[in-house]
Design a protein around this ligand. Structure first.
Ligand code: ASP
Ligand code: MG
Length: 426
């Protein structure tokens, strides 16, 4: 007997008809003799609707009351799923954030899980009752409703899985797993059997939007085995226990999967793209100690995340150009801040460009293999794609290119690293 956490997103919960499909998947998992806890999102679009109500009510809304409003979407779906499970003859009940309780820090609208007291829920599950948990919501030290930030139900599911010491946390979604790259760009993208936490973190943060990034970090910290799989399957589809989706696991488990021959070791696991960054160039910055600190300190204080940074070789007269990227949504704010500090920083011009993309190749295999970056640069050069900036980490190489060349670059690299589906058989 295993203990399994199942999580269903908003698309799977959109309406009573879909909730009935979900209930059937849950019933089958429980019928296999497993203890089951289910974490649910609000119906698709519902949270956006509730956020808009808050804005209409009071543009400067109090985040504590905002949480009361937006957490309600999940209360509805958790109750409906419990009702539907009961109608199928299952024992089931809902456990709201404050009932469990799932304690969080008091940072309303973006709270972090502090602790979960799962004792009562575990006894209920041991008596054969399915636990249904609204994602996204918790309760603060002060006893008030909190929410975990948009997309937070994934994090709820992983936190619950950690508290229950679950064997697996299955995240059911509208894609059937994690792919080598975006299948809408590369038809030959392959579904991965497994990725490591580290790889998934890089893939999630550089634009492969499957899970809330925070949930992956939590899974890594707590050692929760996560599977991403499709909720839109037929009755005769491969059962979740046979792992039809993508597993997100530790390095050690990945090594076992590779040794058992379930998967071939690649230098590059996946390729991500991100069009949501913008480039800023400051020209003729004084080339002296402290100059760069003057640029990035105000940005950090304003919580603007700077990603790629290059300081060009010095010009004469002790000056240099500094280029970096920020999220596109922060570009105007960053520009205003820098203009404001112009005297202190001492640059000549600000040049901005949001028509750029970041392409990243990710893989734990590159830790032990040289030449991954060289392959990338050559493949892009062969197609005349110009590289404007480069950053690397132990398991990632990213380049900045013209946004118009995003799709071409992703396709070229997918082929260059032998990731195309046809290459697998060879
Ligand atoms: N319903 C919340 C949202 O849309 C949480 C979630 O679905 O993960 O952000
Ligand atoms: Mg989501």
């Amino acid at each position: 007997m295993a203990r399994i956490v199942m999580k269903f997103g908003g698309t799977s919960m959109a309406g009573t008809e879909r909730i009935r499909r979900v209930a059937n998947i849950v019933r089958r998992q429980a019928a296999n003799g497993n203890q089951v806890a289910v974490v649910v999102s609000a119906m698709a679009g519902e949270t956006d609707r509730l956020v808009n109500f808050c804005r209409e009510a009071n543009a400067l809304y109090d985040p504590a009351e905002y949480d009361v409003v937006v957490a309600s979407g999940e209360q509805v779906t958790s109750g409906l799923l419990a009702l539907t499970l009961q109608s199928l003859g299952c024992k089931a009940r809902s456990w709201l954030g404050w009932q469990m309780p799932m304690k969080t820090v008091s940072a309303h609208a973006s709270a972090r899980v502090a602790s979960i007291d799962a004792a009562s829920m575990i006894s209920a599950m041991e008596r054969g009752e399915i636990a249904v948990i609204p994602g996204f919501q918790g309760v603060s030290e002060e006893g008030r409703v909190t929410t975990l930030g948009r997309g937070g139900s994934d994090t709820s599911a992983v936190a619950v899985a950690a508290a229950l010491k679950a064997d697996r946390c299955d995240i059911y979604t509208d894609v059937d797993g994690v792919y080598t790259t975006d299948p809408r760009i590369v038809a030959k993208a392959r579904k991965l059997k497994a990725v490591t936490y580290e790889e998934m973190l890089e893939l999630a943060s550089v634009g492969a939007k499957v899970l809330q990034t925070r949930s992956v970090g939590l899974a890594m910290k707590e050692g929760v085995r996560v599977q991403v799989l499709s909720s839109f399957v037929d009755d005769d589809a491969t059962p979740a226990d046979d792992l039809p989706g993508t597993l997100i696991v530790s390095d050690e488990e990945m090594t076992r999967i590779l040794e058992d021959g379930h998967m071939e070791r690649q230098h590059v696991t996946g390729i991500a793209h991100d069009k949501n960054e913008a480039k800023i160039i400051l020209t003729r910055v004084p080339d002296k100690p402290g100059a760069v600190a003057h640029i990035f300190e105000p940005l950090a204080n304003a919580s603007i995340n700077v990603d790629m940074i290059i300081q060009n070789v010095g010009r004469d007269k002790g000056e240099t150009d500094v280029t970096f990227t920020v999220p596109q949504s922060d570009l105007a704010r960053a520009q205003a801040l820098l203009e404001d500090k112009r005297g202190n920083i001492g640059f000549n011009r600000i040049i901005t460009d949001s028509h750029i993309a970041k392409i990243s190749v990710v893989g734990v295999g590159m830790k032990s293999h040289a030449g991954v970056a060289a392959t990338m640069f050559q493949a892009l050069a062969d197609r005349g794609i110009n590289i404007q900036a480069i950053t690397t980490s132990e398991i990632k190489v990213s380049v900045m290119i013209d946004e118009d060349e995003t799709e071409l670059a992703v396709r070229v690299l997918h082929t260059a690293y032998g990731l195309d589906a046809a290459d697998e058989a060879a």
